[in-house]
Write a protein that binds this ligand. Structure first.
Ligand code: ADP
Length: 492
């Protein structure tokens, strides 16, 4: 806004116009002059005039009428009436209709200055008032935007947030909190906790944390399972004002279902391992006790020798179980197979098949290897690949009856190196196919009953391939053999 005050002097007497113009011009106003009412109103319509000196007695439009029209155009324009004694009454009338002041003719320069000064101060003050009002409006607007922004942020937090005031009434609840508490729609705030929270124990826990100022140490937490089966951890913290006074509490609800599930899986795993170790150890223990008894009674028999050799087999089984478990845990910790290098899969397979051939021969099985020429290498730890193929080929040998056939084939489609291990063995029922990669899962039927194993081999294979970015799939049907297909990224 331009700070210079624009003034207009309306008088039919030229010398008065000039005198007023000169004085107020020196006081800093930009002055225009008009000799009658019509001209004055025209100027006011076109320009931003703030102060008008108006003679009441003019030919044409009468001063009072001009004042009325100025007010209609812009109420904020200050009008100072110039009047002769004869029109004093009319001047008073004009004042009643909102003129700011009047100055009787003849007037001295000082009188004019005093009156003008007052008017200018008034205009200055109203400008300041207007500026402050605008600023206040703007600040309030900013505050309102800030408030709605914070509200939006709290509403979209992934954790549940619920706030109570010092009287224990709920004053805020975000979307996640509503979800966790099973409240479908947005409810009116301002009710006690019980109105929104069904779980009595949770209500009691939050209530126990109300009206307490924060103390040293970790405040207690609470966890519960909600209606949708989610595990929620609840933390309550007091809200304290600037003067240290208690204002209410903020309740945070965190979904800890994933951590809880992981915890359960860990416990299940420990339970399974303990079980797998316990039964063979118990048997070995009994068998030892039996043999010792015989030795004490000095009547060792042939049976004792057989018992001892069975116990020895069992300890070998236990050893391989522990070795597999160690492999798995190393794999999961990311500590296994870090010696990554370029590996020629064909060389690795021929060495390995030659090594396993004796096992196959023992069962009268044929073990064949065919490899496409120009097989691209892969990028991996060779020991990891050995472990994958050794598990698959050993399984093929184990789960194929005597006289069967095992074929190992390696080929490439350019992008991938595919290794197939195919057998003419028992095959796997579709219901078991999904589960054989789980830890400890073993198919138990007539044919597999006497085959020893840990149930960890395929879990290790899967773990290694996940690590390498490879994949494994299988095709099998009971009585028709199985084919396991490993796919690895070719390296060029
Ligand atoms: P393990 O052989 O020690 O039992 P694995 O994890 O290697 O453990 O295999 C899990 C189960 O999958 C085996 O117990 C067996 O029932 C089945 N399985 C694996 N490979 C074959 C196969 N080639 N033919 C038939 N069944 C198989």
């Amino acid at each position: 806004m331009n700070n210079v005050i624009q003034a207009l002097v309306v008088d039919d007497e030229k010398h008065i116009r000039l005198a007023v113009s000169r004085v107020i011009g020196r006081m800093g106003c930009v002055v225009q002059e008009a000799e009658d009412g019509e001209k004055a109103l025209n100027i006011i319509r076109q320009q931003d005039v703030q102060l008008v000196f108006l003679d009441l007695k003019m030919p044409g439009l009468d001063g009072l009428e001009v004042q009325k029209r100025i007010r209609e155009l812009d109420e904020s324009i200050l009008v100072i009436i110039i009047t002769g004694y004869a029109t004093l009454e009319t001047a008073i009338e004009a004042m009643k209709h909102g003129a700011y002041d009047f100055i009787p003719k003849p007037f001295s320069v000082d009188q004019l200055r005093v009156i003008t000064k007052r008017a200018l101060d008034w205009i200055e003050m109203s400008r300041e008032r207007k500026r402050l009002a605008e600023e206040k409006h703007r600040t309030l607007f900013d505050l309102a935007t800030e408030k709605s922004r914070i509200k939006t942020i709290v509403e979209s937090l992934p954790n549940g947030v619920l706030v109570t005031n010092r009287d224990g009434l709920v004053v805020l609840m975000n979307k996640a909190a509503r979800n966790y508490l099973g409240l479908e729609k947005i409810l009116e705030m301002g009710q006690p906790l019980e109105h929104y929270v069904q779980n009595q124990e949770l209500c009691a826990f939050i209530a126990s944390q109300q009206n307490v100022l924060p103390q040293k140490g970790q405040p207690p937490d609470f966890d519960f399972q909600n209606a949708q089966g989610k595990y929620l951890l609840v933390k309550v913290r007091s809200i304290v004002g600037e003067a240290g006074e208690y204002l209410g509490v903020v309740v945070i609800l965190v979904d800890v279902t994933a951590i809880k599930k992981l915890d359960q899986l860990k416990s299940e795993f420990v339970a399974k391992v303990s079980h797998e170790l316990r039964s063979p150890l118990a048997t070995i223990h009994e068998q030892m006790a039996f043999v010792i008894q015989d030795m004490l009674e000095h009547k060792p028999s042939d049976l004792d020798q057989e018992i001892l050799s069975r116990a020895k087999d069992k300890t070998r089984g236990l050893l391989s179980l522990v070795e597999d478990l160690l492999d798995l845990s190393k794999l999961e910790a990311g500590l296994a197979y870090q010696d990554v290098q370029m590996v020629a899969v064909d060389d690795l397979l021929s060495k390995h098949c030659a090594f396993l051939l004796s096992q196959a021969k023992e069962k009268g099985q044929a073990l064949e290897l065919s490899v496409d020429s120009d097989l691209p290498p892969v990028h991996a730890d060779p020991k990891a690949l050995e472990s994958v193929f050794s598990n698959l080929i050993t399984n093929a040998i184990k789960y194929t009856p005597e006289g069967g056939k095992i074929r190992v084939r390696a080929r490439s489609d350019g992008k991938k190196v595919l290794v197939e291990v195919q057998d003419t063995g028992f095959g796997i029922d579709p219901k078991d196919q999904k589960r054989i990669f789980e830890r400890f899962y073993r198919v138990k039927d007539e044919k597999t009953r006497f085959i020893t194993g840990t149930g960890l081999g395929l879990a290790i294979v899967k773990g290694i391939l996940d690590d390498l970015g490879g994949e494994i799939s299988m095709k099998s049907a009971p009585g028709q053999g199985s084919t396991f297909i490993v796919s690895l990224t070719a390296h060029h």
